[in-house]
Write a protein that binds this ligand. Structure first.
Ligand code: MN
Length: 238
């Protein structure tokens, strides 16, 4: 059987130091490529594109899509003004993600959103985000100080979801985010929740579209197979 081609939507990294401050690089973290390969797929890195026809052409050549992590999403894209806790944003990447997701959902292309990728799935489908969860009272530490491959907090998984079929009722996850889904988009449900009530995963009821707020690719890359089913489920649906 031919291995599925998995497009990974990339980001722009703005160089802050070095010989060319301000230089922008299109990139995907190596952890994503490693995880796709370990799960049996072939990763294809897609740089940010702005033309909708170009995006459609690329989507027609891949079997599945991963939306990777990155900067905060510009809040006007979900109808809010910027609050004090908002981080750096890069609007051209947000628009690229949103167009990719909308077209991919229309095509029912299997999709996995990780961290910002999950948040973008929600925004692209009409949901909203909390701009800085650490300014809310009673919220756990979601920007862990432990190394990236180690889980730091638990999540409860909703019965009847794809995620529940993969992992059962609970799971330990790593955590590197300060934003989260606020109102889930129409057509999506919250599939996992942290003990403080922060949504940690969303799923579509219409096609395979799973978003996780944690970073399974960082755990897979380190040799921890616990999170491999996240990538295998994408590939199984291709
Ligand atoms: Mn978290």
């Amino acid at each position: 059987m031919k291995k599925p081609l998995i497009g990974i939507a990339g980001n722009i990294l703005v160089m802050e130091t070095g010989s060319m401050p301000g230089l922008m690089r299109d990139y995907v973290n190596h952890d994503y490529s490693v995880s796709v390969i370990r799960a049996g797929g072939i990763p294809i890195i897609i740089p940010p594109l702005s033309d909708r026809e170009d995006i459609l052409s690329v989507l027609q050549h891949i079997d599945g899509l991963i939306l990777s992590g990155g900067y905060d999403i510009a809040p006007d894209l979900y109808g809010e003004e910027p609050q004090l806790g908002l981080g750096f944003t890069m609007r051209i990447v947000d628009l690229f993600y949103i167009e990719m997701i909308q077209e991919a959902l229309a095509m029912r292309l299997p999709m996995l959103g990780i961290c910002k990728g999950m948040q973008a799935m929600n925004v692209a489908s009409g949901g909203t985000l909390c701009q800085d969860i650490h300014r809310m009272s009673g919220v756990l530490q979601h920007e862990q100080k432990a190394p990236r491959q180690f889980p730091s907090h638990s999540v409860s998984i909703a019965p009847g979801t794809q995620l529940h079929r993969l992992f059962g009722p609970s799971l330990m996850v790593n955590s590197f985010h300060h934003q989260a889904v606020k109102e889930p988009a129409p057509g999506f449900i919250v599939a996992a929740t942290a003990p403080d009530g922060i949504p940690e995963a969303i799923e579509s009821s219409r096609s395979f579209a799973l978003g996780v707020q944690w970073h399974p690719e960082m755990m897979v890359q380190s040799g921890d197979d616990t999170m491999l089913p996240v990538f295998q489920s994408l590939i199984d649906n291709c």
